[in-house]
Ligand binder design. Structure first.
Ligand code: URA
Length: 207
């Protein structure tokens, strides 16, 4: 399995609070943003650096800075929106695309209804969606981005199910999955168990 479980204690602590059904929408949103920022450190670990001269108040030195890598953040609507701000805090110059998918009630297949990406040339992309359940939306989103010429994609979620990880790994073995938790299984309605419920509803306070 091409999966990275980011098990930093602060992330696990915050995720446990998010899982509780007693946690309010505002706290859920805040924690999701905080976890996304913390996971962002791990997901950006391979950003290339370059040497640069800097003058401290005492003397000149060679420092290092990120070598102008272009990054795109692409939330899958609607729950993915909750993971954008945490990454933008880390990478303020990243561009943001959007992918909208809905599930066809007859076939259960994801159907695209919106796709807007920044310029894809030489840009690395991070797709964000809090819940990797069946993997259908993730695979559809990755397909759409590859069709538009995107070469380098990472997929970042909060909670994943083994079924979804398997589906994404099979379809796109080149796309690493970053998650804070790998849960037990899907239920009959494709909710993750134990999970945290419907992430979109919990972020936006809908039912
Ligand atoms: N989407 C959610 O929001 N929650 C799940 O458990 C599965 C998919």
């Amino acid at each position: 399995m091409q999966i990275h479980i980011i098990d930093h204690p602060l992330i696990q602590h915050k995720l446990t609070i998010m899982r509780s059904k007693e946690t309010s929408s505002s706290e859920f949103r805040r924690l999701l943003q905080e976890i996304t920022l913390l996971m962002g450190y791990e997901i950006t670990r391979d950003l290339p650096l370059e040497d640069v001269e800097v003058e401290t108040p005492l003397e000149k030195m060679r420092g290092r800075r990120v070598a102008g890598k272009k990054v795109g953040i692409v939330p899958i609507l609607r729950a993915g929106f909750g993971m954008v701000d945490g990454l933008l805090e880390l990478m303020p110059s990243a561009r943001v695309g959007v992918i909208g998918l809905y599930r066809d009630p007859e076939t259960s297949k994801p159907i695209e209804y919106y796709c807007k990406l920044p310029d894809v040339d030489n840009r690395d992309f991070i797709i964000v969606d809090p819940m990797l359940a069946t993997g259908g939306s993730a695979v559809a989103a990755i397909n759409m981005m590859k069709e538009k010429g995107v070469k380098n994609i990472k997929f970042m979620c909060l909670v994943s199910a083994p079924e979804g990880v398997e589906v994404v790994n099979q379809a796109h073995p080149d796309v690493p999955i970053y998650t804070a938790a790998l849960d037990r299984q899907l239920d009959d309605h494709n909710y993750i168990l134990p999970g945290l419920g419907d992430a979109g509803d919990r972020i936006f306070g809908t039912k």
